[in-house]
Design a protein around this ligand. Structure first.
Ligand SMILES: Nc1ncnc2c1ncn2[C@@H]1O[C@H](COP(=O)(O)OP(=O)(O)OP(=O)(O)O)[C@@H](O)[C@H]1O
Ligand SMILES: [Mg+2]
Length: 402
């Protein structure tokens, strides 16, 4: 393909909403052609031939290899969001009428082939099939080599936008349901050897039936894989959700980094705003030291062996400030929060254990997802009309809870 073709524009380019005809015809399925070719050369043979080579095992446990469908199988509706790794559109499947989300991967500036982040994203999403992980339907391609789209179920909200738009914070019973869903998705990923490495409220989608779906596996990686000479990259996890061991330069880290992020998300659901809103790594560390009290050899035996520990001047010892920051949280809720936001990654609670925490069995019990109020979806272009709908649903959900 020459350079002019690869730069050709189409309606799936970000700033071109016009509904143009596809420049090239939709690729037709090639299977029938192959079948015809095979039947032409299939003379009756006296010895029955095996269906596959003697040396290659049959492809029983693998899906058949079929070419990706074209993006023109979908009608573009609106752009939802542009993130660092791609643009997300809402679209309609022309065949089934299903509303889906299409994430267009950013490949324009890629000089070294298909980006590893995109490969990791698709393979991690496929490996982590779960009720609380966003479902990938397929990968489709456009006219040019830079047009690759991941097709997912469309989910009405992301938790970050929802928390900003909601008039009142979630109720305790709702927070318990959301946390249990998040923990069960994270436990499932960790069971399948996947670290998400970018858990934050904007990567948690929520539908109007009270169900959370973990999304954006752009930074995910398998943690059983051998680690290269430089160790794991430290440029992971959005700053506000980044675990202290990464902030202090650890090159080997594990599932505990996701659990720290889960702790930050729990706090954000309670406060209705992010817990640590720091501008840089140093400010982030000092905010953590303030809430948890500075680390000691007791609370974090491995602290002084971390690469950046010697460059940080620790504040004088002081008690933690959890109770002041979360005055209305029950004792067991506070215990779970502290277990998640624990300095020592070895002692930080796992997703599996967190699911068994007494916080989830004390009153008020987790609310059934069906009883969650629904909200207008900003991603679908719905508006909060005088925020009447939002107030109504907040009042309704309060009434349903008690
Ligand atoms: N399946 C989906 N349904 C509805 N909205 C979605 C879906 N997937 C993503 N979005 C929206 O698009 C936003 C960006 O998606 P995503 O996080 O996957 O992209 P990204 O480029 O990795 O973003 P960032 O770098 O900002 O994290 C999400 O925060 C959400 O608002
Ligand atoms: Mg994201």
């Amino acid at each position: 393909m020459d350079a002019s073709t690869s730069r050709k524009r189409s309606k799936w380019d970000v700033d071109d909403p016009e509904d143009e005809k596809p420049a090239t015809p939709e690729p037709q399925p090639k299977r029938r052609v192959l079948k015809a070719a095979r039947s032409a050369d299939s003379e009756p043979s006296p010895v029955p031939r095996p269906a596959h080579s003697y040396y290659v095992p049959p492809r029983t446990s693998h899906p058949p290899i079929v070419p990706s469908r074209s993006v023109y199988c979908y009608e573009r509706l609106n752009q939802i969001e542009e993130g660092s790794y791609g643009v997300v559109f809402r679209a309609r499947d022309k065949h089934t009428g299903d509303i889906v989300a299409l994430k267009k991967l950013k490949l324009d500036e890629e000089k070294h082939g298909f980006p590893i982040t995109a490969l990791r994203e698709v393979s991690a999403l496929m490996a982590c099939h779960h009720e609380n992980v966003v479902r990938v339907r397929e990968v489709v391609v456009g006219d040019t080599l830079t047009q690759v789209f991941v097709v997912m179920d469309f989910i009405e909200h992301d938790l970050k936008s929802l928390l900003t738009l909601m008039p009142a914070p979630f109720l305790q019973s709702e927070i318990k349901t959301l946390m249990m869903q998040l923990l069960s998705a994270v436990a499932h990923c960790h069971d399948n050897w996947i670290l998400h490495r970018d858990l934050k409220t904007s990567n948690l989608l929520m539908n109007n039936r009270g169900t959370i779906k973990v999304a954006d596996f752009g930074l995910a990686r398998r943690y059983g894989d051998p680690v290269g000479v430089g160790g794991l990259t430290q440029l992971v996890v959005t700053l506000w959700y980044r675990a202290p061991e990464i902030l202090l330069g650890a090159t080997t880290y594990s599932t505990a980094v996701d659990m720290w992020s889960v702790g930050c998300i729990f706090a954000e659901l309670l406060l209705k705003e992010p817990l640590f809103q720091a501008k840089n790594e140093l400010e982030m560390l000092s905010m953590i030291f303030k809430l948890l009290g500075p680390p000691t050899t007791n609370t974090w035996p491995g602290y002084f062996s971390l690469p950046l520990a010697k460059t940080i001047a620790l504040p004088s010892p002081q008690p933690h400030q959890y109770r002041q920051k979360f005055p209305y949280l029950s004792t067991s809720g506070l215990d779970l929060l502290m277990a998640l936001l624990t300095y020592d990654p070895e002692q930080r609670i796992t997703a599996e254990d967190a699911l068994q925490h007494p916080y989830f069995t004390e009153s008020p019990l987790p609310k059934h997802p069906d009883l969650f109020g629904s909200f207008p979806s900003a991603a679908a272009g719905e508006k909060y009309v005088c925020s009447l709908g939002a107030v109504e649903s907040a009042v309704l959900s309060t009434m349903l809870c008690y």
